[in-house]
Design a protein around this ligand. Sequence first.
Ligand SMILES: Nc1ncnc2c1ncn2[C@@H]1O[C@H](COP(=O)(O)OP(=O)(O)OP(=O)(O)O)[C@@H](O)[C@H]1O
Ligand SMILES: [Mg+2]
Length: 249
Amino acid sequence: MIELKELSKDYGKTKALDHLNLTIKEGKIFGFLGHNGAGKSTTIKSLVSIIEPTDGEIIIDHQKLAEHRLQIKEKIGYVPDTPDLFLQLTAAEYWDLMAAAFSLGKAQKETRLEKLTELFEMIDHQNETIGSFSHGMRKKTIVIGALLPDPEIWILDEPTQGLDPQAAYDLKQMMRTHADAGKTVIFSTHDLATAQQLCDELAILKKGELIYNGTVDDLLAQSPNESLESIYLKMTGKASHTEVQGDDD
Ligand SMILES: Nc1ncnc2c1ncn2[C@@H]1O[C@H](COP(=O)(O)OP(=O)(O)OP(=O)(O)O)[C@@H](O)[C@H]1O
Ligand SMILES: [Mg+2]
């Protein structure tokens, strides 16, 4: 279980997160929605210890993150919002680095890597540099690296963005399987269809504040006969929003 308690983050005068309180349970897929700049990546980067919150605390499996950082980081697989990392390394070198960082045994690494590179059709590209890859191939490389150590907690910042439909489908299936096995899956997305299809629980952020936390079904039930898009835009968007004509045809 992951608990965010009164989590706040200021970047100078910008309040990126404003006293966020959330509980994220294992066995469920937890999704973050929100406009650009709403605070999704700031929340995620706080969870994976890339940034230090200004205030509040994060508790993971009853341990304070600030006091057990390394121990907790070993449980987490993280896919950042941008895959433009380690551009000079080949994919295989990057995966070696990830395996070493998580002290993964050679046999275990090879078995898992074979499965993941086959699934994401990256076997033939493993000796090419990440810098030579397309956006989607870079994303696949980072996803493979994050899942390689078989971490308990998956934290994925816009994981399907830029993936081809097959890779996106396969990753969504893997997220479902991981959650169904009682593990934790947290992700952010701008794709409302993906959110509706995948999320057991949803948090919607607006300017660093939590404006909804609950299931997609409960949110839909609050406004019968309205699409998730329409409800989401009314909550987060311009006040004058009206549903696009013919959108539901
Ligand atoms: N390194 C930084 N320095 C200064 N301000 C930042 C930094 N990172 C984020 N911010 C600010 O914090 C706020 C939240 O940004 P964040 O990246 O968390 O949004 P997001 O919900 O992930 O948006 P997007 O959908 O565009 O990825 C924004 O106002 C942003 O300008
Ligand atoms: Mg972001």
